[in-house]
Design a binder for this molecule. Structure first.
Ligand SMILES: [Mn+2]
Length: 404
């Protein structure tokens, strides 16, 4: 193990300072570790921890033959979108990480020489295909990937290339670096630095698996057990209670009452441009469709979607929600909009398939809201009774029809 290892806060601060001072020299070798474009807690944490452990604990590194001048954990969104993530701000405050130390996509791209990209190796976490401008620049530089989405078959020679249907990608990162987190049974002096890495890693796993009650797999349970052992060793901090941590993160995540509709749409958003030139965007919300309609009105919602579709040049748009209903418990809804002629026929075919696959049911009068599916305007709202199907399942399904 490295002597006097940097804390994860120090690591991020110095990576961020390096980016700010400019990475134009193409002689230096850069390892870029990036999560996906929804930039959720899982993407943030898995990229930061992978980058940190690769640098600070080279003995755990994926490739011991290459040494990098800069290892950069990248947050795959522009800086201005960081504010849309209240759960991230909660986590940062709890771990005393300044938000300004996060390295956002726009900041990284303006720091490097984008005309020469051979010196940049890329690790993908929480996705397995690099999209949009990063894909154009570094698509052939991917050296490793760890993910839990449907395998798109890219980068067959990546090492490691781990894709497993776990609840949280961070569980894969924790298990990959198991040596770092393994502590002997009588260890009662685990460093605060290591405890902070464990606290950070725990956050997305709890959020993604609803505190190990949904979508959790053996890997997630193992990772949580490993992390809690680290956190609880010796004298645990007073606020190191798993349930309380989960509740606080979820409360922060749902604090979007002041958000505009556009911000709600782009808070947790992914988009795909298919080879046939059809573009689909899928937004995922922590508030119910009923809440959204109540707040903005149905016309307001429709107008907001139209504007977003125009801004993003979408052919199809999907708005998913997942929430706790006071009466019915855990619920999901699905809104689907056709945004162009190309999108229209494809969306209808998707809906035919989705009705059975996702167990879609119309809203009824007693739902108390005028949520109307409208064949004429090409916008449909459903209750989604297949509660297991998150965006991870819905995206490949709709993309199948967009690719035709
Ligand atoms: Mn994830």
């Amino acid at each position: 193990m490295t002597m006097a290892a940097k804390s994860i806060q120090q690591f991020l601060a110095s990576a961020s300072a390096a980016v700010r001072s400019g990475l134009k020299s193409t002689a230096s070798k850069i390892l870029l570790v990036t999560g996906n474009e929804s930039a959720d807690l899982d993407s943030f944490t898995s990229s930061l921890i992978f980058a940190y452990l690769t640098e600070a604990h080279a003995d755990c590194s994926h490739d011991k033959s290459i040494s990098y001048d800069n290892i950069i954990p990248l947050f795959n969104i522009p800086r201005e979108e960081v504010s849309l993530r209240p759960e991230l701000h909660y986590l940062l405050a709890r771990l005393k990480i300044p938000a300004s130390d996060i390295i956002c996509k726009d900041e990284f791209l303006s720091s490097i020489d984008t005309s020469k990209t051979d010196n940049v190796d890329v690790v993908l976490v929480d996705h397995n295909r690099l999209l949009s401008d990063l894909g154009d620049l570094f698509g052939s530089n991917v050296v490793a990937l760890l993910d839990h989405h449907a395998d798109e078959g890219s980068y067959p020679s990546a090492k490691p290339r781990i894709i497993a249907p776990v609840g949280s990608c961070t569980s894969l990162v924790v298990n990959y670096f198991a040596d770092y987190f393994r502590i002997s049974l009588d260890a009662f002096s685990v460093s605060d630095e290591k405890k902070d890495v464990a606290r950070l890693a725990l956050a997305p796993i709890l959020v993604d698996t609803a505190n190990l009650t949904s979508k959790e797999t053996k890997e997630d349970k193992d990772a949580v057990a490993t992390l809690m052992r680290v956190i609880k060793s010796g004298t645990a901090g007073t606020d190191d209670n798993q349930e309380e941590y989960y509740t606080a993160l979820m409360t922060a995540k749902r604090s979007i009452d002041d958000f505009s509709l556009r911000d709600i749409i782009r808070k947790d958003y992914k988009e795909w441009l298919e080879d046939v030139g059809v573009r689909v965007g899928i937004s995922s919300s922590v508030k119910s469709l009923a809440w959204t309609v109540k707040k903005f009105g149905f016309d307001g919602l429709k107008k907001g979607i139209d504007m977003w579709a125009k801004e993003r040049k979408l052919d199809a748009f999907v708005f998913m929600d997942s929430f706790q209903d006071p009466e019915d418990g855990y619920r999901r809804d699905l809104l689907v909009a056709a945004c162009s002629e190309k999108g229209n026929s494809r969306v209808r075919k998707f809906l035919d398939a989705a009705k059975t696959e996702l167990k879609l049911e119309p809203f009824s009068e007693k739902d108390g809201l005028a949520i109307q599916s409208n064949d004429e305007v090409g916008l449909w709202c459903w209750k989604q009774k297949n509660l297991k199907a998150s965006r991870k399942q819905v995206a490949p399904l709709i993309r199948q029809f967009m690719q035709e």
